[in-house]
Design a protein around this ligand. Structure first.
Ligand SMILES: [Fe+2]
Length: 342
């Protein structure tokens, strides 16, 4: 078949454009991240990825719900490739808002335990944290402690410090109570817990530990990395040393856990690079950095937790599919509202 010269020329032109296009794509490889993590908790890892791959990272840090809203309003024009957030509740919210997409990656599927990633692969857990009971030795004997459910018992009247119900960690914890015990039981539990508060909720997780150290309460609820971070910080070590970790529900479902994680944006302009970065975050190197720097539990069994976390002892983690906590988030907020948890 003969080709008309002009057609052949335009084909040649298209080939040149396509070669140039590929070259510039290689040179300008980049990933745009919307991150709800504090910059210092992630930037060094991203810099390492950039050095090793030549892929430029553009990092935008913000509050999780604001970043999700931004992705919604930007729609197809969103430059976001990856959303990083802490707590599965937020990642699941992003999924429900339709700003994430499913990702097929053997590396992610094989490295991350199924309960720590979305069944549709729209978000992936990259680090794990637990929310155990922290108690003041001398005021509480570990033999008196058992389960989250038991924290509603009258024997703890006026002795518990925990932050407010608008906090996503408490919403996810309450969602786990609903998943395991049902909404009615979770509501009675929340009422009982509330009756045991040492003070109206205020401050963050670290403040609950400090309050326990100051004698305001005998029990505090906080995520493990906060306690780990305080123990590693000269200024906060004294307060952190005042409490010990108790792993609740060890005879049953296990201690409530959560993740920090990420998902690929629905309209990611750089999807291949985005997946590459997520895979990088599951490597032993990256997991070790996360573990040592942030005191979060690695999602890989072949990477050791930090020495400080190892000091908390081994525990059985709740194997609940974490997406369930996202699905139950609205129910959890309702339960906490009804119980009067401010
Ligand atoms: Fe946190």
């Amino acid at each position: 078949m003969s080709m008309k010269p002009r057609y052949a020329l335009s084909l040649l032109g298209a080939a040149i454009v396509s070669v140039l296009g590929n070259i510039s794509a290689v040179q300008a490889a980049e990933v745009n991240i919307y991150s709800a993590r504090q910059e210092e908790l992630i930037k060094p890892l991203l810099d390492k990825f950039s050095r090793e791959t030549g892929i430029t990272i553009n990092l935008i840090t913000g509050k999780p719900d604001e970043l999700i809203s931004r992705m919604v309003s930007e729609g197809r024009n969103s430059p976001a490739d990856i959303l990083i957030s802490t707590d599965v509740g937020r990642l699941s919210r992003a999924k429900q808002q339709g700003v994430l997409q499913s990702v097929e990656s053997d590396v992610l599927a094989e490295t991350i335990p199924a309960s720590l990633r979305d069944p549709m692969n729209q978000w992936f857990g990259l680090t794990m944290r637990a929310r155990p009971i922290l108690y003041v030795p001398g005021k509480v004997s570990p033999s008196e402690l058992s389960t989250y459910e038991d924290l509603a018992s009258p024997k703890w009247r006026g002795r518990i410090c925990i932050r407010s119900s608008d906090n996503i960690y408490n919403q996810s914890m309450t969602a786990s109570m609903i998943a395991n015990d049902g909404a009615d039981a979770a509501e009675s539990w929340a009422k009982g817990l509330l009756a045991n508060f040492a003070r109206p909720p205020k401050g963050g997780d670290r403040d609950q530990i400090k309050a326990a150290a100051a004698g305001i309460c005998d029990i505090a609820i906080a995520n493990t990395y906060y306690l780990g971070g305080m123990l590693a910080d000269e200024k906060e070590k004294v307060a952190a040393d005042a409490v010990k970790v108790f792993w609740p529900n060890q005879d049953g479902r296990g201690t409530h856990i959560n993740i920090s994680g990420a998902g690929v944006a629905k309209y990611a302009p750089n999807k291949a690079e985005a997946v590459k970065l997520l895979e990088y975050m599951t490597t032993t190197d990256a997991q070790q950095w996360y573990a040592d720097t942030n005191h979060e539990y690695p999602i890989r069994a072949d990477v050791k937790a930090s020495e400080i976390l190892q000091g908390f002892g081994e525990f059985k983690a709740d194997q609940l599919q974490l997406e369930k906590l996202g699905e139950l988030n609205a129910d959890a907020i309702r339960v906490m509202d009804r119980a009067g948890w401010k």
